[in-house]
Design a protein around this ligand. Sequence first.
Ligand code: ADP
Ligand code: MG
Length: 238
Amino acid sequence: MSAITLEGVEKWFGEAQVIKGIDLEVEPGEFVVFVGPSGCGKSTLLRMIGGLEEISRGRLLIDGRDATAEPPSKRGLTMVFQSYALYPHMTVAENMGFSLKTAGAPRDEIGRKVAAAAEVLKLEPLLERQPKDLSGGQRQRVAIGRSIVRDPTAFLFDEPLSNLDAALRVEMRYEIAKLHQRLQKAMIYVTHDQVEAMTLADRIVVLDAGRIAQVGTPRELYERPADRFVAQFIGSPK
Ligand code: ADP
Ligand code: MG
């Protein structure tokens, strides 16, 4: 069974249709990257999967159940954004455990899950620090740590690295690849950066004005782009 299935998904903002009928299946453990130019609908599509935007038409299935109208908190997904708003008055450990605490999880369970996530992300030495005493990359790791503790079905990333400088972006890209290897969870990752797409993806979905221009492995897209638009985007010679 697919982790996430989109069936004829459309999005209208008033009269404007920005997502024009998307069919897609994301398998458990698969790393899928959405690429495409600014304004093509990447964030809107991701936000519909996460439940931050309503789906105007079509269906969303998560682990096989119809989640089209489910509230975000019930979907078992987690979103990581570029602006990682941490709670400034809480420590790293408290930030990471906060969603479990509000869900009523017992203290020892929170402690265990935070410790496990901190180990994966190498945050153990930083658990008692406050966000103001962290670097950009460390803050982004804490933001990812907050998602891991909830053991989601899938991770949704919307350009999580675009606020970081080039060197840190390379480092975090590697961290995310390792995280995926380790957790083996479905991940949907939005970027406009071809290098990120080519290095992270099992499959790339190229979006063009609300439609899928092509879906394939990085290699398929590079070697056999469906058209000039895809070729330009992927940087292949067509
Ligand atoms: P991307 O993430 O690929 O840059 P978006 O999904 O943010 O693109 O936007 C897709 C289109 O939908 C754009 O034309 C954008 O202006 C429009 N759009 C996004 N959010 C809204 C909104 N809340 N109301 C109206 N139009 C929107
Ligand atoms: Mg966007």
